[in-house]
Design a protein around this ligand. Structure first.
Ligand code: ZN
Length: 220
């Protein structure tokens, strides 16, 4: 069973490995990730946000589970061109409730495989461009807070510490595996399969998102 992990879960900083095979395991994981993303009212989710250290992510900019035709899967994505920059607000399902302006390329060219194994290349801009850059960063172990200036980051210190405290408490109480065990599981994982996901949470210990905590704006 997959679940969305939060900062400072080691999967979010773990170097993701390329997907070598598009099989039923991967398709099942992708489907589960879409359902988790809709539950969290997100528009995008990277595999390592569900503790699968493999290079793929999903998007549906509508955040609406009824709009299946808007679902997009990017496997082994590469951003091959970037053009000019623009600043806009971002949030992240692994840091729920935090929003900040991040400067990113305005237009990009992305190359990736889809779920049928077909290689595609697209030029995109606006929200799609931003979401692809945010998710590709996840695969490289990078979070949007890494871009913030120290002055801006200061405003989030307390919130970020809150996430860290919650996670460490879970580990101290034995509800979440230790960082060392999680890293070992991540390193040994043979496939991007829900059966192997290294969330590290004891059953029923999902980090619940209370209704009031749900992102007001789409997270990714
Ligand atoms: Zn994110």
């Amino acid at each position: 069973m997959l679940r969305i992990v939060r900062h400072p879960h080691p999967a979010l900083r773990f170097p993701s490995r390329p997907v070598l095979q598009i099989d039923d395991d991967l398709r099942t994981s992708v489907r589960q990730m879409f359902e988790l993303m809709y539950d969290a009212r997100g528009i995008g989710l990277a595999a390592n946000q569900v503790a699968l250290p493999f290079r793929f992510f999903i998007l549906n900019l509508t955040a609406d589970r009824e709009q299946r035709t808007e679902e997009q899967v990017f496997i082994n994505p590469e951003i091959v061109k970037r053009h000019s920059t623009i600043e806009d607000e971002e949030g992240c399902l692994s840091l729920p409730g935090l929003y900040a302006k991040v400067r990113r390329a305005r237009k990009i060219r992305v190359r990736a495989y889809d779920l049928t194994g077909e290689l595609f290349e697209r030029d995109v801009d606006d929200l799609l461009s931003r979401a692809i850059q945010h998710e590709t960063d996840h695969l490289d172990g990078k979070l949007f807070i890494d871009y913030l200036e120290p002055a801006t980051l200061k405003n989030f210190t307390e919130a970020i510490r809150g996430f860290e405290l919650e996670f460490r408490q879970g580990q101290n109480q034995g509800r979440i595996l230790s960082d060392q065990s999680l890293k070992q599981k991540l390193a040994e994982m043979p496939h991007p399969s829900a059966a192997f996901a290294a969330t590290g949470y004891a059953p029923g210990e999902e980090p619940a998102v209370a209704a009031s905590e749900q992102p007001a704006e789409p997270g990714v």
